[in-house]
Design a protein around this ligand. Structure first.
Ligand SMILES: [Zn+2]
Length: 141
């Protein structure tokens, strides 16, 4: 009976472990030529960021250079951070004490994207649109 009770508790324990796993790194977004994108923390540490291709495109977007930036994911080492995949919405800019999700928006077509590039509809370059996460994904301006 004891072992069965342990099995029942396992899913909850696994969930707690996952929740604890979430970490974030915040500081100035460094974009330095061929070097990997990185965050310069307030303590003066350089933390290099590893990310999937769409997230890397965000991290290399010149319009976000030197922003007060936060990435969610987990530390692989004290100076190396793995950013969560793009669909987890793990990239933020801080403005006036608010944490805003980095998104891209086409004013002509009212299309939102999570990575920079041309609008899939009109092919115009999409603009950076920092959004309050509380607004939800489908609400348009
Ligand atoms: Zn468009």
């Amino acid at each position: 009976m004891i072992s069965r009770r342990h099995w029942i508790l396992l899913p909850a324990a696994a969930f707690l472990l996952r929740a604890e796993d979430k970490q974030s790194v915040r500081g100035r977004l460094r974009q330095d030529g061929a070097q990997p994108p990185a965050i310069l923390t307030r303590e003066g540490r350089v933390v290099e960021l590893e990310a999937d291709a769409p997230s890397t495109a965000v991290l290399r977007d010149a319009r976000l250079k030197d922003e007060d930036f936060e990435a969610v994911g987990r530390f692989r080492a004290p100076s190396r951070f793995v950013v969560d995949p793009i669909h987890e919405r793990a990239l933020f800019v801080w403005r006036n004490g608010k944490r805003l999700v980095v998104t891209y928006w086409c004013d002509v077509c009212s299309i939102r994207a999570w990575s920079p590039g041309r609008c899939q509809c009109c092919q115009e370059e999409m603009r950076v649109d920092l959004r309050d996460p509380a607004l939800g994904e489908m609400q348009l301006k």
